[in-house]
Design a protein around this ligand. Structure first.
Ligand code: UD1
Ligand code: UDP
Length: 374
């Protein structure tokens, strides 16, 4: 019997965290030949994830450059992946989410008439410049894709609005599957800076911020609000793993270096990150993934953006969008620290991103789609 050749292609940290559990799952099916190609849009931050999940990688396009532009990412991927697609001729290429890797790879596969499966399909803000360029990346990827793995019903409805109606599978988000692999009760942090913080007894605020539209003044405002909180609350520890983007590094260190109770740490590997998150009091972030993960362990999320493509989380009450103005961020964090009833309501709300079995649903959908074609 000819196997179904599935080539998963991804390039950044969040894609890897959400795709590696799926690759593990695909390995279980004898009818699937499982291939992985990295674009290398990220380097160190990607390798950390690959190492932890022990994912076997066949190709790496290694495209990352310091302070890379969207155009160089796109053009390098298109050029470098073409010979691999021509040579391997996969039955399906899987891409994830909304990065420039996702869109460029989908386009390259389309040029070779190779069907694309889109994992984490159907997220939308319907504002093409926010988040930028992710909203356009995921919309165009959705247009190209033949199979759509939507985390929620709401994501499915977004696709229907765009007249995409075939082969949509509501699966939950694979990040919840990842979380079940990484979080352990007796976990000991690998990073020595984390070992020194009393994360079980202090109120820890885990903070991340990296989005392109937040670079500059918004990130400056976010960091100043964090500094204000650390100066006012002496039982709070703020832990900020700083993204390797030099623009993020510059602002974070300028505002937050040498502030008592603020810990600027390097990007954490996903086990340290998830276990720290599970022990945190609160998450403040502009990340997408954290809005799905933190509520899975009862940790409320304040979203440092003006919008979110995760309205089901807002509706469920697990996350709150607080914008990028210093005063509003400061007041919102303060409310969480001082009003137990507000805090408890968010902490106890039900996370809408699934039951940790998304990967299984995706694998089975790929097999039945393939069987129905041949
Ligand atoms: C990318 C994605 C964004 C996603 C984010 C996850 C695009 C356009 N953006 O944004 O959707 O939320 O990844 O983190 O696809 N760098 C390193 N080492 C690394 C990674 C990055 O040094 O391992 C530095 C490089 O200087 C690089 C810069 O960070 O040029 C920016 O990386 P890039 O992938 O272009 O943008 P992100 O902000 O990471
Ligand atoms: N993450 C991590 N280490 C860090 C920061 C984030 O492992 O130092 C994980 C986080 O738990 C989540 C994912 O990376 O699973 C989110 O990635 P990021 O914020 O870079 O991108 P986004 O979700 O915004 O696309």
């Amino acid at each position: 019997m000819k196997k179904i050749k599935v080539m998963s292609v991804f390039g950044t940290r969040p894609e890897a965290i959400k795709m590696c559990p799926l690759i593990k799952e695909l390995d279980k099916y004898p009818e699937i030949e499982n291939l992985v190609c990295l674009t290398g849009q990220h380097k160190e931050m990607l390798q950390q994830v690959i190492d932890i999940f022990g994912t076997e990688v066949k190709y790496n396009l290694n495209i990352m450059q310091p302070r890379q532009s969207l155009t160089t990412i796109t053009s390098n991927i298109l050029e470098k992946i073409e010979p691999i697609l021509v040579d391997e001729k996969p039955d399906i290429v899987l891409v994830h989410g909304d990065t420039t890797t996702s869109f460029s790879v989908a386009l390259a596969a389309f040029y070779q008439h190779i069907p694309v499966g889109h994992v984490e399909a159907g997220l939308r803000t319907f504002d093409k410049y926010s988040p930028f360029p992710e909203e356009m990346n995921r919309t165009l990827t959705g247009k190209i894709a033949e199979l759509h793995f939507a985390p929620t019903e709401n994501n499915r409805n977004n696709l229907l609005r765009e007249n995409i109606s075939e082969n949509i599978f509501v699966t939950g988000n694979t990040v919840i599957d990842a979380f079940h692999i990484t979080v352990r009760d007796n976990y000991i942090y690998k990073l020595s800076q984390l070992q020194k913080i009393d994360t079980r007894n202090k109120r820890c605020i885990l903070m991340t911020a990296h989005r392109r539209e937040n670079l500059g003044q918004p990130l400056f405002n976010i960091c100043k609000a964090a500094r204000h909180i650390a100066e006012e609350f002496d039982d709070v520890e703020i832990i900020y793993p700083v993204h390797l983007n030099p623009s993020v590094q510059d602002t974070a260190h300028k505002v937050l270096d040498n502030i008592e109770r603020v810990h600027l740490v390097p990007p954490l590997d996903v086990e340290d990150m998830h276990n720290l998150m599970a022990r945190s009091f609160l998450v403040m972030t502009d990340s997408g993934g954290l809005q799905e993960e933190a509520p899975a362990c009862g940790v409320p999320v304040l979203v440092l953006r003006t919008e979110t493509e995760r309205p089901e989380a807002v509706k469920a009450g697990t996350v709150k969008v607080v914008g990028v103005e210093e005063d509003n961020i400061y007041k919102s964090v303060k409310t969480m620290l001082t009003c137990p009833h507000v805090y408890e309501k968010m902490a106890k709300a039900i996370n809408p991103y699934g039951d940790g079995h998304a990967c299984k649903r995706i694998a089975q959908a790929i097999i039945s789609w393939h069987d129905s074609k041949y």
